[in-house]
Ligand binder design. Structure first.
Ligand SMILES: Nc1ncnc2c1ncn2[C@@H]1O[C@H](COP(=O)(O)OP(=O)(O)OP(=O)(O)O)[C@@H](O)[C@H]1O
Ligand SMILES: [Mg+2]
Length: 258
């Protein structure tokens, strides 16, 4: 089944939001992204999995241009990724990114963390920005922590603040790169629950994760990467019950049996 029809089944009409065409990238001699073609529809949730070093993080980082590419094109909502300057800052605001490490500003309160980008990049009035920040902090379940500093919060709480901070920019798409892998087990679910809710609310999401339960329950599509290539993509039920490639079979047998 084609990528478009998989996405289309999940979302009704598949309107492409993020489109990568023949994207290549090298780190020196390493061909880290090899002819990547990937179309993500509006409202679609794509989980990216694959062995360590296969290029998952690099793929995410090229989508908001934290990494440059050597060839190919990336468009978001029909617009090619800008090279630099103000346009790039605006693009970055359209693409929310949540990393494994929470990357909050340590010397700013939770509220300030979620307010700052709105004021600096979106030029939102501060009072309005704070109001929105409080609403988002409530939505991710940490409204009571607004006046604390990041170090006073648990990892799960900090990660939810990071999600609220990204959402405050009204991103068109959210990228998550192993958002729960630095968390203690009891905190993983509270973060996944926020992500599940976001998915249900129709956010377009690209999620690199080892949480196969999340992939099964929230993803419209699983993309399996190995050695810089997209080896296989399918609906989660198909992928997990009937992986086609040997690489995917091998990978799944390792992660599902330990
Ligand atoms: N800035 C860099 N300079 C040189 N090589 C890099 C750089 N970033 C990543 N690499 C290499 O590119 C390859 C892909 O890395 P990437 O982080 O995208 O993999 P990954 O699939 O996210 O792996 P993991 O599951 O361990 O997070 C790896 O071999 C890595 O060592
Ligand atoms: Mg990675």
């Amino acid at each position: 089944m084609s990528e478009e029809s998989v996405a289309g089944q999940a979302t009704g009409a598949a309107v492409p939001l993020v489109v990568l065409k023949s994207v290549n990238k090298h780190f020196g001699a390493l061909h880290v992204l090899q002819d990547i073609d990937l179309t993500i529809a509006r409202g679609e949730v794509v989980v990216v999995i694959g062995p360590s070093g296969s290029g998952k993080s690099t793929l995410c980082r090229t989508i908001n241009r934290l990494e440059t590419t050597d060839s190919g094109t990336i468009t978001i909502d029909g617009r090619p990724l800008p090279q630099e300057g103000k346009e790039l800052a605006r693009l970055r605001a359209d693409v929310g990114m949540v990393f494994q490490s929470f990357n909050l500003f340590a010397h700013k309160t939770v509220l300030e963390n979620v307010t700052l980008g709105q004021v600096k990049v979106r030029r939102t009035d501060r009072r309005e920005a704070e109001e929105k920040a409080r609403g988002l902090l409530d939505r991710v379940g940490v409204g009571a922590q607004a006046d604390k500093y990041p170090a006073q919060l648990s990892g799960g709480q900090q990660q939810r603040v990071a999600i609220a901070r990204a959402l405050a920019m009204d991103p068109k798409v959210m990228l998550f790169d192993e958002p729960t892998s630095a968390l203690d087990p009891e905190m993983i679910n509270e973060v996944l629950e926020v992500m599940r809710q976001l998915a249900q609310d129709g956010m377009t999401m690209v999620v690199v994760t080892h949480e196969m339960g999340f992939a099964r329950s929230a993803a419209n599509r699983v993309v399996f990467m190995a050695d810089g290539r997209i080896v296989e993509e399918a609906r989660p039920d198909q992928f997990f019950s009937n992986p086609r490639s040997d690489r995917a079979k091998d990978f799944l047998s390792k992660i599902l049996h330990h």
